[in-house]
Write a protein that binds this ligand. Structure first.
Ligand code: 13P
Length: 251
């Protein structure tokens, strides 16, 4: 972990949570307020239906809320979509954009991810821009090229003046229980850091680069200690307060 960057651990609840999961949030808030103060900024990105409850409940324990996606437009005739301003209005401070599940399920391309990240900044949110290669791309030695192209085309120029977070999530590691080796994570995060500093100079040195993909209580300490890993984006293991708390405490 780069010591000058305060780490951030974000939970991505994906399409998983009915209101009952708010009990897990209450439990997590209890752990965070009674235990040792967390060394990481803690963010939960729940489904939009319970975003405002998460923002309110979480605030007691310093947990911040985020959306899982936003539309690139501020408002208009886009049935079923949610704008960045609406997320902010519901209490969000962050929003994930370009998650591989949205790139795959909704055919989102880099240009759309870029527009969403710009919309997020425009609404006062901090975008978490996701990048990552498929297993075939890693096997053929293209992982760094693919990620570099996604970064170049999805991270907005405004990242030079506003807070933008990058999340490296190898697609083959998401929900599979498999992770890259520490050496592979080290290489990829160093390459991302190099690209960010080449583009944003000093600012690139302070941008957070999260790791995501089967981050669990068992591997969190090892992965979060890697240089240029400034926190994590956690899926499955963020649904249980005990597991998520263990990951937060691993920082
Ligand atoms: P898992 O932690 O379940 O692998 O999911 C990672 C992820 O996609 C977070 O955005």
């Amino acid at each position: 972990m780069t010591t000058t960057i305060s780490p951030l651990i974000a939970g991505n609840w994906k399409m998983n949570c009915l209101r009952g999961l708010l009990d897990e949030l209450t439990a997590l808030a209890g752990m965070l307020t009674t235990g040792e103060a967390p060394r990481a900024i803690v963010v939960i990105c729940p489904p939009a239906t319970i975003l405002s409850e998460v923002a309110q409940l979480g605030a007691i324990a310093g947990i911040q809320a985020g959306g899982q996606d936003c539309h690139a437009q501020a408002h208009g005739a886009h049935t079923g979509d949610i704008s960045a301003g609406m997320l902010a209005d519901a209490g969000a401070q962050y929003v994930i954009v370009g998650h591989s599940e949205r790139r795959a399920d909704h055919g989102e391309i880099d240009a759309q991810v870029l527009a969403k990240a710009e919309a997020a900044i425009g609404a006062g949110l901090k975008p978490i821009v996701c990048v990552g290669e498929t297993e075939a791309q890693r096997d053929s030695g293209e992982a760094e090229t693919v990620v570099a192209a996604q970064l170049a085309a999805s991270v907005p120029d405004a990242a030079g003046q506003h807070e933008v977070i990058v999340a490296y999530e190898p697609i083959w590691a998401i929900g599979t229980g498999r992770t890259p080796t520490v050496q592979d994570i080290t290489h990829m995060h160093a390459a991302i850091r190099q690209q960010l500093t080449a583009r944003f100079a000093e600012k690139g040195l302070t941008m957070r680069i999260l790791y995501g993909g089967s981050l669990k209580p068992q591997n969190a300490r090892k992965i979060l200690a890697v240089e240029n890993v400034n926190g994590g984006l956690v899926g499955g293991a963020s649904l249980l307060a005990k597991d998520f708390y263990t990951i937060i405490s691993s920082v």
